[in-house]
Design a protein around this ligand. Structure first.
Ligand SMILES: *[C@@H]1O[C@H](CO)[C@@H](O)[C@H](O)[C@H]1NC(C)=O
Ligand SMILES: *[C@@H]1O[C@H](CO)[C@@H](O)[C@H](O)[C@H]1NC(C)=O
Ligand SMILES: *[C@@H]1O[C@H](CO)[C@@H](O)[C@H](O)[C@H]1NC(C)=O
Ligand SMILES: *[C@@H]1O[C@H](CO)[C@@H](O)[C@H](O)[C@H]1NC(C)=O
Ligand SMILES: *[C@@H]1O[C@H](CO)[C@@H](O)[C@H](O)[C@H]1NC(C)=O
Ligand SMILES: [Fe+2]
Length: 463
Protein backbone atom coordinates (compact mmCIF):
# COMPACT_ATOMS: atom_id res chain seq x y z
CA UNK A 1 0.00 0.00 0.00
CA UNK A 2 2.98 2.28 0.45
CA UNK A 3 3.34 4.12 -2.82
CA UNK A 4 6.49 5.88 -1.62
CA UNK A 5 8.63 2.78 -1.87
CA UNK A 6 7.89 2.43 -5.56
CA UNK A 7 10.31 5.15 -6.53
CA UNK A 8 13.85 5.83 -5.45
CA UNK A 9 13.39 9.55 -6.03
CA UNK A 10 10.43 9.56 -3.70
CA UNK A 11 12.50 7.87 -0.99
CA UNK A 12 15.12 10.59 -1.24
CA UNK A 13 12.40 13.20 -1.01
CA UNK A 14 10.90 11.48 2.02
CA UNK A 15 14.29 11.43 3.75
CA UNK A 16 14.51 15.14 3.08
CA UNK A 17 11.10 15.67 4.68
CA UNK A 18 11.95 13.57 7.72
CA UNK A 19 15.13 15.51 8.35
CA UNK A 20 13.24 18.76 8.05
CA UNK A 21 10.27 18.29 10.32
CA UNK A 22 9.26 16.86 13.63
CA UNK A 23 5.82 15.70 12.62
CA UNK A 24 4.36 12.79 10.71
CA UNK A 25 3.97 12.42 7.00
CA UNK A 26 3.16 15.14 4.52
CA UNK A 27 2.10 13.17 1.51
CA UNK A 28 4.22 13.75 -1.58
CA UNK A 29 1.24 12.92 -3.75
CA UNK A 30 0.67 15.91 -5.97
CA UNK A 31 -2.78 16.21 -7.36
CA UNK A 32 -3.28 17.18 -10.98
CA UNK A 33 -4.01 20.91 -10.93
CA UNK A 34 -7.32 21.76 -12.51
CA UNK A 35 -10.05 24.24 -11.77
CA UNK A 36 -12.84 23.31 -9.41
CA UNK A 37 -16.07 24.46 -11.04
CA UNK A 38 -19.71 23.98 -10.17
CA UNK A 39 -21.78 21.72 -12.38
CA UNK A 40 -24.02 23.88 -14.60
CA UNK A 41 -27.76 24.07 -13.89
CA UNK A 42 -28.62 21.79 -16.83
CA UNK A 43 -26.38 18.94 -15.54
CA UNK A 44 -27.78 15.43 -15.39
CA UNK A 45 -27.42 15.31 -11.57
CA UNK A 46 -29.74 18.32 -11.19
CA UNK A 47 -32.56 16.96 -13.35
CA UNK A 48 -36.05 17.51 -11.93
CA UNK A 49 -38.00 14.24 -11.66
CA UNK A 50 -40.84 14.09 -14.18
CA UNK A 51 -44.54 14.15 -13.35
CA UNK A 52 -46.93 16.68 -11.85
CA UNK A 53 -45.78 17.84 -8.39
CA UNK A 54 -43.21 15.03 -8.27
CA UNK A 55 -41.32 14.85 -4.94
CA UNK A 56 -37.71 15.95 -5.34
CA UNK A 57 -34.65 16.38 -3.09
CA UNK A 58 -35.72 13.35 -1.07
CA UNK A 59 -33.51 12.82 1.99
CA UNK A 60 -33.55 10.82 5.20
CA UNK A 61 -31.83 11.04 8.56
CA UNK A 62 -32.15 9.28 11.91
CA UNK A 63 -35.41 10.31 13.59
CA UNK A 64 -34.94 9.41 17.26
CA UNK A 65 -32.13 8.69 19.73
CA UNK A 66 -31.68 4.96 19.06
CA UNK A 67 -32.32 4.32 15.34
CA UNK A 68 -35.94 3.10 15.34
CA UNK A 69 -37.25 6.22 13.60
CA UNK A 70 -36.42 8.00 10.34
CA UNK A 71 -37.14 11.57 9.26
CA UNK A 72 -38.15 11.61 5.57
CA UNK A 73 -37.95 15.02 3.84
CA UNK A 74 -38.75 16.14 0.31
CA UNK A 75 -39.84 19.14 -1.75
CA UNK A 76 -42.80 19.59 -4.09
CA UNK A 77 -42.89 22.54 -6.47
CA UNK A 78 -46.37 22.79 -8.04
CA UNK A 79 -48.61 22.68 -4.96
CA UNK A 80 -48.24 21.52 -1.36
CA UNK A 81 -49.70 18.09 -2.08
CA UNK A 82 -49.58 15.36 0.54
CA UNK A 83 -47.13 15.14 3.49
CA UNK A 84 -47.90 11.43 3.92
CA UNK A 85 -45.22 8.75 3.83
CA UNK A 86 -46.34 5.20 3.01
CA UNK A 87 -43.91 2.56 4.27
CA UNK A 88 -43.72 -1.19 4.58
CA UNK A 89 -41.06 -3.66 5.54
CA UNK A 90 -39.57 -5.99 2.96
CA UNK A 91 -41.34 -9.02 4.39
CA UNK A 92 -44.73 -7.42 4.84
CA UNK A 93 -47.25 -6.33 2.27
CA UNK A 94 -49.15 -4.22 4.80
CA UNK A 95 -48.55 -0.54 4.09
CA UNK A 96 -48.37 1.83 7.02
CA UNK A 97 -48.91 5.55 6.87
CA UNK A 98 -47.32 8.51 8.67
CA UNK A 99 -48.35 12.14 8.45
CA UNK A 100 -45.77 14.89 8.15
CA UNK A 101 -45.90 18.65 7.92
CA UNK A 102 -45.19 21.12 5.14
CA UNK A 103 -43.34 24.40 5.40
CA UNK A 104 -41.99 27.14 3.12
CA UNK A 105 -39.61 30.04 3.58
CA UNK A 106 -38.44 33.12 1.72
CA UNK A 107 -34.84 34.26 1.40
CA UNK A 108 -34.46 37.75 -0.12
CA UNK A 109 -36.40 37.38 -3.39
CA UNK A 110 -36.38 33.55 -3.45
CA UNK A 111 -39.45 31.59 -2.37
CA UNK A 112 -38.93 27.92 -1.55
CA UNK A 113 -41.01 25.03 -2.79
CA UNK A 114 -43.17 23.08 -0.35
CA UNK A 115 -40.79 21.37 2.06
CA UNK A 116 -42.17 18.25 3.72
CA UNK A 117 -40.82 16.53 6.84
CA UNK A 118 -42.34 13.33 8.18
CA UNK A 119 -41.00 11.15 11.01
CA UNK A 120 -41.80 7.46 10.79
CA UNK A 121 -41.47 5.68 14.15
CA UNK A 122 -41.47 2.29 15.82
CA UNK A 123 -39.51 0.65 13.04
CA UNK A 124 -37.92 -2.77 13.54
CA UNK A 125 -34.15 -2.86 13.83
CA UNK A 126 -32.06 -4.33 11.04
CA UNK A 127 -34.90 -4.35 8.53
CA UNK A 128 -35.25 -3.16 4.97
CA UNK A 129 -38.17 -0.79 4.46
CA UNK A 130 -39.68 0.62 1.30
CA UNK A 131 -41.27 4.04 1.42
CA UNK A 132 -43.28 6.19 -0.97
CA UNK A 133 -43.86 9.95 -1.10
CA UNK A 134 -45.95 12.12 -3.42
CA UNK A 135 -49.20 10.33 -2.61
CA UNK A 136 -52.07 11.66 -4.77
CA UNK A 137 -49.90 13.07 -7.54
CA UNK A 138 -46.64 11.58 -8.76
CA UNK A 139 -45.55 8.89 -6.30
CA UNK A 140 -41.88 7.99 -5.98
CA UNK A 141 -40.59 4.94 -4.11
CA UNK A 142 -37.29 4.48 -2.23
CA UNK A 143 -35.91 2.19 0.48
CA UNK A 144 -33.58 2.13 3.48
CA UNK A 145 -32.31 -0.38 6.02
CA UNK A 146 -32.64 0.35 9.75
CA UNK A 147 -29.52 -0.13 11.89
CA UNK A 148 -29.08 -3.14 14.18
CA UNK A 149 -30.20 -2.74 17.79
CA UNK A 150 -27.85 -0.57 19.85
CA UNK A 151 -25.24 -2.79 21.48
CA UNK A 152 -21.54 -3.07 22.22
CA UNK A 153 -20.39 -5.52 19.55
CA UNK A 154 -22.54 -4.55 16.61
CA UNK A 155 -20.42 -3.95 13.51
CA UNK A 156 -21.38 -0.84 11.56
CA UNK A 157 -19.83 1.13 8.71
CA UNK A 158 -19.95 4.93 8.60
CA UNK A 159 -18.98 7.05 5.60
CA UNK A 160 -17.47 10.50 6.10
CA UNK A 161 -17.77 13.51 3.83
CA UNK A 162 -17.46 17.23 4.41
CA UNK A 163 -17.59 20.51 2.51
CA UNK A 164 -19.15 18.78 -0.46
CA UNK A 165 -20.63 21.54 -2.60
CA UNK A 166 -21.82 20.82 -6.14
CA UNK A 167 -18.78 20.94 -8.40
CA UNK A 168 -17.57 18.24 -10.77
CA UNK A 169 -15.19 17.22 -7.95
CA UNK A 170 -18.15 16.92 -5.55
CA UNK A 171 -19.74 14.49 -7.97
CA UNK A 172 -16.50 12.52 -8.08
CA UNK A 173 -16.37 12.37 -4.26
CA UNK A 174 -19.94 11.12 -4.02
CA UNK A 175 -19.33 8.56 -6.76
CA UNK A 176 -16.20 7.29 -4.97
CA UNK A 177 -18.17 6.97 -1.74
CA UNK A 178 -20.95 5.06 -3.49
CA UNK A 179 -18.52 2.76 -5.32
CA UNK A 180 -16.26 2.09 -2.32
CA UNK A 181 -16.32 -1.68 -1.75
CA UNK A 182 -16.35 -1.04 2.02
CA UNK A 183 -20.00 0.04 1.59
CA UNK A 184 -20.85 2.81 4.06
CA UNK A 185 -24.26 2.37 5.68
CA UNK A 186 -24.72 5.92 7.03
CA UNK A 187 -22.93 9.17 6.20
CA UNK A 188 -21.56 11.41 8.93
CA UNK A 189 -21.63 14.76 7.11
CA UNK A 190 -19.26 17.37 8.52
CA UNK A 191 -20.94 20.60 7.40
CA UNK A 192 -20.93 22.98 4.41
CA UNK A 193 -23.50 21.40 2.15
CA UNK A 194 -24.30 23.50 -0.92
CA UNK A 195 -22.13 26.66 -1.04
CA UNK A 196 -25.20 28.49 -2.38
CA UNK A 197 -24.07 31.48 -0.32
CA UNK A 198 -21.23 31.98 -2.82
CA UNK A 199 -23.82 32.91 -5.46
CA UNK A 200 -25.35 36.41 -5.85
CA UNK A 201 -28.06 36.91 -3.18
CA UNK A 202 -27.14 33.44 -1.78
CA UNK A 203 -29.19 32.10 -4.68
CA UNK A 204 -31.24 29.44 -2.93
CA UNK A 205 -31.91 27.72 -6.24
CA UNK A 206 -28.50 26.13 -5.52
CA UNK A 207 -29.98 24.53 -2.39
CA UNK A 208 -32.54 22.87 -4.63
CA UNK A 209 -29.94 21.68 -7.13
CA UNK A 210 -27.82 20.25 -4.29
CA UNK A 211 -30.84 18.45 -2.87
CA UNK A 212 -31.43 16.80 -6.23
CA UNK A 213 -27.71 16.00 -6.68
CA UNK A 214 -27.28 14.04 -3.43
CA UNK A 215 -30.72 12.37 -3.48
CA UNK A 216 -29.20 9.31 -5.16
CA UNK A 217 -27.48 8.51 -1.84
CA UNK A 218 -29.38 10.29 0.93
CA UNK A 219 -32.81 8.98 -0.12
CA UNK A 220 -31.50 5.47 0.60
CA UNK A 221 -29.27 5.89 3.65
CA UNK A 222 -29.29 8.48 6.43
CA UNK A 223 -26.88 11.35 6.41
CA UNK A 224 -26.19 12.73 9.88
CA UNK A 225 -25.99 16.53 9.57
CA UNK A 226 -23.50 18.97 11.07
CA UNK A 227 -23.88 22.73 10.50
CA UNK A 228 -20.98 24.55 8.82
CA UNK A 229 -20.23 28.22 8.21
CA UNK A 230 -21.85 28.07 4.75
CA UNK A 231 -25.12 27.21 6.47
CA UNK A 232 -25.18 30.46 8.48
CA UNK A 233 -26.51 32.64 5.60
CA UNK A 234 -26.31 35.80 7.68
CA UNK A 235 -26.87 38.53 5.06
CA UNK A 236 -28.06 41.82 6.56
CA UNK A 237 -27.44 43.49 3.18
CA UNK A 238 -30.31 41.33 1.86
CA UNK A 239 -32.43 41.82 4.96
CA UNK A 240 -31.62 38.24 6.06
CA UNK A 241 -30.51 38.27 9.69
CA UNK A 242 -31.69 34.93 11.07
CA UNK A 243 -28.69 32.57 11.07
CA UNK A 244 -29.25 29.05 9.61
CA UNK A 245 -32.70 29.99 8.23
CA UNK A 246 -32.44 28.01 5.00
CA UNK A 247 -30.60 25.06 6.54
CA UNK A 248 -33.05 24.73 9.44
CA UNK A 249 -36.06 24.73 7.12
CA UNK A 250 -34.63 22.06 4.86
CA UNK A 251 -32.67 19.72 7.13
CA UNK A 252 -34.39 18.44 10.24
CA UNK A 253 -32.52 16.42 12.89
CA UNK A 254 -33.79 14.61 16.02
CA UNK A 255 -32.34 17.12 18.48
CA UNK A 256 -35.21 16.97 20.98
CA UNK A 257 -34.61 13.24 21.46
CA UNK A 258 -31.27 14.11 23.10
CA UNK A 259 -32.75 16.98 25.13
CA UNK A 260 -31.03 19.62 23.03
CA UNK A 261 -32.76 22.97 22.68
CA UNK A 262 -31.61 23.66 19.10
CA UNK A 263 -31.05 21.58 15.96
CA UNK A 264 -27.36 22.51 15.69
CA UNK A 265 -26.07 20.31 18.53
CA UNK A 266 -27.50 16.89 19.41
CA UNK A 267 -26.61 13.24 19.79
CA UNK A 268 -27.69 9.86 18.46
CA UNK A 269 -26.87 6.25 19.20
CA UNK A 270 -26.44 4.06 16.16
CA UNK A 271 -25.37 0.41 16.44
CA UNK A 272 -22.25 0.48 18.68
CA UNK A 273 -21.56 4.20 18.30
CA UNK A 274 -22.57 7.24 20.31
CA UNK A 275 -22.36 10.26 18.04
CA UNK A 276 -22.27 13.80 19.38
CA UNK A 277 -22.76 16.63 16.88
CA UNK A 278 -21.53 20.09 17.91
CA UNK A 279 -22.00 23.51 16.34
CA UNK A 280 -18.87 25.58 15.74
CA UNK A 281 -21.15 28.54 14.89
CA UNK A 282 -23.48 28.60 17.87
CA UNK A 283 -22.49 29.98 21.25
CA UNK A 284 -20.39 27.43 23.18
CA UNK A 285 -18.93 29.42 26.08
CA UNK A 286 -19.72 28.70 29.68
CA UNK A 287 -23.44 29.07 30.63
CA UNK A 288 -24.58 28.86 26.98
CA UNK A 289 -27.21 26.28 25.97
CA UNK A 290 -24.66 24.23 24.00
CA UNK A 291 -22.14 24.18 26.87
CA UNK A 292 -24.77 23.18 29.39
CA UNK A 293 -26.11 20.47 27.09
CA UNK A 294 -22.66 18.98 26.44
CA UNK A 295 -21.76 19.05 30.11
CA UNK A 296 -24.85 16.96 30.88
CA UNK A 297 -24.53 14.83 27.77
CA UNK A 298 -21.04 13.38 28.16
CA UNK A 299 -21.71 11.58 31.48
CA UNK A 300 -24.72 9.87 29.84
CA UNK A 301 -22.57 7.93 27.41
CA UNK A 302 -22.46 4.30 28.56
CA UNK A 303 -19.49 2.64 26.92
CA UNK A 304 -20.82 -0.81 27.87
CA UNK A 305 -23.72 -0.08 25.57
CA UNK A 306 -22.02 2.11 22.91
CA UNK A 307 -18.24 1.60 23.10
CA UNK A 308 -17.45 4.09 20.31
CA UNK A 309 -17.70 7.77 21.20
CA UNK A 310 -17.48 9.92 18.07
CA UNK A 311 -17.74 13.72 17.91
CA UNK A 312 -18.57 15.70 14.76
CA UNK A 313 -18.01 19.43 14.30
CA UNK A 314 -17.30 21.66 11.36
CA UNK A 315 -14.25 23.66 12.42
CA UNK A 316 -11.20 21.56 13.37
CA UNK A 317 -9.25 22.08 16.60
CA UNK A 318 -6.01 20.62 15.25
CA UNK A 319 -5.22 21.95 11.80
CA UNK A 320 -1.77 22.58 10.36
CA UNK A 321 -2.86 24.19 7.10
CA UNK A 322 -2.55 27.94 6.59
CA UNK A 323 -6.31 28.15 6.12
CA UNK A 324 -8.72 28.73 8.98
CA UNK A 325 -5.61 28.54 11.15
CA UNK A 326 -6.57 28.53 14.85
CA UNK A 327 -10.25 29.23 14.13
CA UNK A 328 -11.14 26.21 16.27
CA UNK A 329 -8.97 27.34 19.17
CA UNK A 330 -11.61 28.95 21.38
CA UNK A 331 -13.88 25.91 21.32
CA UNK A 332 -10.86 23.65 21.94
CA UNK A 333 -10.02 25.63 25.05
CA UNK A 334 -13.57 25.20 26.35
CA UNK A 335 -14.17 21.50 25.61
CA UNK A 336 -10.89 19.63 25.16
CA UNK A 337 -10.49 18.67 28.86
CA UNK A 338 -13.90 16.95 28.66
CA UNK A 339 -12.93 15.02 25.54
CA UNK A 340 -9.88 13.65 27.37
CA UNK A 341 -11.82 12.96 30.58
CA UNK A 342 -14.53 11.04 28.71
CA UNK A 343 -12.06 9.35 26.34
CA UNK A 344 -13.58 10.36 23.02
CA UNK A 345 -12.32 7.95 20.35
CA UNK A 346 -12.25 10.26 17.37
CA UNK A 347 -13.26 13.78 16.36
CA UNK A 348 -14.16 14.41 12.72
CA UNK A 349 -14.23 17.94 11.31
CA UNK A 350 -14.39 19.63 7.90
CA UNK A 351 -13.91 23.31 6.97
CA UNK A 352 -10.28 23.08 5.79
CA UNK A 353 -10.42 21.83 2.20
CA UNK A 354 -7.84 19.11 2.60
CA UNK A 355 -7.13 15.99 4.61
CA UNK A 356 -5.28 15.64 7.92
CA UNK A 357 -5.07 13.02 10.67
CA UNK A 358 -3.52 13.74 14.08
CA UNK A 359 -1.75 11.64 16.68
CA UNK A 360 -3.57 11.10 19.97
CA UNK A 361 -2.69 14.42 21.57
CA UNK A 362 -4.06 16.86 24.09
CA UNK A 363 -3.18 20.41 25.02
CA UNK A 364 -4.97 21.00 28.28
CA UNK A 365 -2.25 21.81 30.81
CA UNK A 366 -2.01 25.54 30.10
CA UNK A 367 -3.41 27.87 32.77
CA UNK A 368 -2.26 31.26 31.41
CA UNK A 369 0.78 31.55 33.70
CA UNK A 370 2.54 28.14 33.52
CA UNK A 371 3.71 28.31 29.89
CA UNK A 372 2.73 24.65 29.26
CA UNK A 373 1.01 25.15 25.91
CA UNK A 374 2.28 22.50 23.51
CA UNK A 375 0.22 19.47 22.44
CA UNK A 376 1.51 16.29 24.07
CA UNK A 377 0.90 12.59 23.39
CA UNK A 378 -2.10 11.50 25.42
CA UNK A 379 -3.56 7.97 25.29
CA UNK A 380 -6.91 9.27 26.60
CA UNK A 381 -7.20 11.87 23.85
CA UNK A 382 -9.09 11.48 20.59
CA UNK A 383 -7.56 11.28 17.13
CA UNK A 384 -8.54 14.43 15.20
CA UNK A 385 -9.37 14.01 11.54
CA UNK A 386 -10.04 16.88 9.14
CA UNK A 387 -11.88 15.78 6.07
CA UNK A 388 -13.10 18.98 4.46
CA UNK A 389 -12.04 17.71 1.04
CA UNK A 390 -15.45 17.01 -0.49
CA UNK A 391 -14.68 19.07 -3.59
CA UNK A 392 -16.62 22.33 -3.40
CA UNK A 393 -16.00 25.27 -5.75
CA UNK A 394 -13.55 27.02 -3.41
CA UNK A 395 -10.91 24.45 -4.36
CA UNK A 396 -8.19 22.79 -2.30
CA UNK A 397 -6.22 24.12 0.65
CA UNK A 398 -2.61 23.43 -0.29
CA UNK A 399 -0.55 25.77 1.86
CA UNK A 400 0.66 24.01 5.03
CA UNK A 401 2.55 25.26 8.06
CA UNK A 402 6.18 24.13 8.04
CA UNK A 403 7.64 22.18 9.61
CA UNK A 404 4.79 19.74 10.07
CA UNK A 405 3.86 19.89 13.77
CA UNK A 406 4.59 16.80 15.85
CA UNK A 407 0.88 16.23 16.48
CA UNK A 408 0.11 15.90 12.77
CA UNK A 409 0.39 12.28 11.63
CA UNK A 410 -0.59 12.59 7.97
CA UNK A 411 -1.70 15.43 5.74
CA UNK A 412 -2.48 15.77 2.07
CA UNK A 413 -4.27 18.26 -0.16
CA UNK A 414 -6.53 16.02 -2.25
CA UNK A 415 -10.27 15.57 -2.58
CA UNK A 416 -11.78 12.44 -1.06
CA UNK A 417 -13.95 10.72 1.55
CA UNK A 418 -13.35 8.31 4.44
CA UNK A 419 -14.84 5.19 6.00
CA UNK A 420 -14.98 4.35 9.72
CA UNK A 421 -15.70 0.62 9.88
CA UNK A 422 -16.52 -0.58 13.40
CA UNK A 423 -15.77 -4.29 13.82
CA UNK A 424 -16.52 -4.83 17.53
CA UNK A 425 -16.02 -3.06 20.86
CA UNK A 426 -12.23 -2.96 20.55
CA UNK A 427 -11.43 -2.52 16.86
CA UNK A 428 -12.46 -0.16 14.05
CA UNK A 429 -10.78 0.13 10.68
CA UNK A 430 -10.43 3.63 9.29
CA UNK A 431 -9.47 4.53 5.71
CA UNK A 432 -9.30 7.67 3.59
CA UNK A 433 -9.83 7.47 -0.17
CA UNK A 434 -8.71 10.12 -2.64
CA UNK A 435 -10.77 10.80 -5.76
CA UNK A 436 -7.83 10.42 -8.11
CA UNK A 437 -7.41 6.74 -7.22
CA UNK A 438 -9.53 3.72 -8.06
CA UNK A 439 -12.55 3.06 -5.87
CA UNK A 440 -10.86 0.44 -3.65
CA UNK A 441 -7.56 2.26 -3.05
CA UNK A 442 -6.77 3.43 0.50
CA UNK A 443 -4.53 6.52 0.59
CA UNK A 444 -4.35 6.60 4.40
CA UNK A 445 -5.56 4.05 6.92
CA UNK A 446 -5.25 2.99 10.53
CA UNK A 447 -6.73 0.54 13.04
CA UNK A 448 -8.51 2.37 15.84
CA UNK A 449 -8.36 0.74 19.26
CA UNK A 450 -11.28 1.72 21.45
CA UNK A 451 -10.30 4.17 24.25
CA UNK A 452 -12.53 2.47 26.83
CA UNK A 453 -12.14 -1.25 26.03
CA UNK A 454 -8.67 -1.45 24.52
CA UNK A 455 -6.74 1.78 25.22
CA UNK A 456 -3.50 0.61 23.63
CA UNK A 457 -1.41 3.10 21.65
CA UNK A 458 -2.14 2.34 18.01
CA UNK A 459 0.00 5.09 16.51
CA UNK A 460 2.73 3.86 14.13
CA UNK A 461 4.99 6.73 15.20
CA UNK A 462 4.95 5.51 18.80
CA UNK A 463 7.16 2.53 17.94
C1 LIG B 1 -33.69 38.38 -7.49
O1 LIG B 1 -33.03 39.59 -7.68
C2 LIG B 1 -31.95 39.55 -8.62
C3 LIG B 1 -31.32 40.91 -8.69
O2 LIG B 1 -31.18 41.50 -7.46
C4 LIG B 1 -32.43 39.11 -9.96
O3 LIG B 1 -31.33 38.96 -10.85
C5 LIG B 1 -33.15 37.77 -9.84
O4 LIG B 1 -33.71 37.40 -11.10
C6 LIG B 1 -34.25 37.85 -8.80
N1 LIG B 1 -34.82 36.53 -8.62
C7 LIG B 1 -36.12 36.36 -8.49
C8 LIG B 1 -36.56 34.94 -8.24
O5 LIG B 1 -36.92 37.27 -8.55
C1 LIG C 1 -21.90 12.63 -11.92
O1 LIG C 1 -21.52 11.30 -11.61
C2 LIG C 1 -22.43 10.33 -12.07
C3 LIG C 1 -21.99 8.98 -11.52
O2 LIG C 1 -20.64 8.77 -11.76
C4 LIG C 1 -22.49 10.37 -13.59
O3 LIG C 1 -23.42 9.44 -14.05
C5 LIG C 1 -22.90 11.76 -14.02
O4 LIG C 1 -22.87 11.84 -15.42
C6 LIG C 1 -21.98 12.81 -13.43
N1 LIG C 1 -22.47 14.12 -13.77
C7 LIG C 1 -21.68 15.16 -14.03
C8 LIG C 1 -22.35 16.45 -14.36
O5 LIG C 1 -20.46 15.10 -13.97
C1 LIG D 1 -24.84 0.50 30.64
O1 LIG D 1 -25.21 -0.40 29.62
C2 LIG D 1 -25.21 -1.76 30.04
C3 LIG D 1 -25.41 -2.61 28.79
O2 LIG D 1 -26.54 -2.18 28.07
C4 LIG D 1 -26.28 -1.96 31.11
O3 LIG D 1 -26.26 -3.29 31.54
C5 LIG D 1 -26.00 -1.03 32.27
O4 LIG D 1 -27.04 -1.11 33.21
C6 LIG D 1 -25.86 0.41 31.77
N1 LIG D 1 -25.40 1.24 32.86
C7 LIG D 1 -26.05 2.31 33.27
C8 LIG D 1 -25.45 3.08 34.37
O5 LIG D 1 -27.09 2.67 32.74
C1 LIG E 1 1.30 30.28 2.80
O1 LIG E 1 0.79 30.86 3.99
C2 LIG E 1 1.74 31.68 4.65
C3 LIG E 1 1.15 32.08 5.99
O2 LIG E 1 -0.13 32.63 5.82
C4 LIG E 1 2.07 32.89 3.77
O3 LIG E 1 3.03 33.71 4.41
C5 LIG E 1 2.62 32.37 2.45
O4 LIG E 1 2.82 33.46 1.58
C6 LIG E 1 1.65 31.39 1.80
N1 LIG E 1 2.29 30.79 0.64
C7 LIG E 1 1.69 30.70 -0.53
C8 LIG E 1 2.46 30.03 -1.62
O5 LIG E 1 0.57 31.13 -0.73
C1 LIG F 1 -12.44 -7.56 17.11
O1 LIG F 1 -12.12 -7.31 15.76
C2 LIG F 1 -10.74 -7.45 15.47
C3 LIG F 1 -10.53 -7.02 14.03
O2 LIG F 1 -11.39 -7.68 13.16
C4 LIG F 1 -10.32 -8.89 15.70
O3 LIG F 1 -8.93 -9.05 15.45
C5 LIG F 1 -10.60 -9.25 17.17
O4 LIG F 1 -10.31 -10.60 17.40
C6 LIG F 1 -12.08 -8.98 17.48
N1 LIG F 1 -12.31 -9.20 18.88
C7 LIG F 1 -13.19 -10.07 19.31
C8 LIG F 1 -13.34 -10.21 20.79
O5 LIG F 1 -13.87 -10.75 18.55
FE1 LIG G 1 -16.43 25.68 6.18
Amino acid sequence: MDFLSSSAAAVVLLAFYLSLCNGGKTSIYVRKVEKTVDMPLHSDVFRVPSGYNAPQQVHITQGDHVGKAVIVSWVTEDEPGSSTVLYWSENSKQKKKAEGKVTTYKFYNYTSGYIHHCTIRNLEYNTKYYYAVGVGHTTRKFWFTTPPEVGPDVPYTFGLMGDLGQSFDSNSTLTHYEQNPLKGQTVLFLGDLTYADRYPNHDNVRWDTWGRFVERSVAYQPWIWTAGNHEIDFAPELGETKPFKTYAHRYHVPYQASKSSAPFWYSIKRASAYIIVLSSYSAYGKYTPQYQWLEEELPKVNRSETPWLIVLMHCPWYNSYNYHYMEGETMRVMYEPWFVQYKVDVVFAGHVHAYERSERVSNIAYNVVNGICTPVKDPSAPVYITIGDGGNLEGLATNMTEPQPAYSAYREASFGHAIFDIKNRTHAYYSWHRNHDGFAVEADSMWFFNRFWHPVDESPSSH
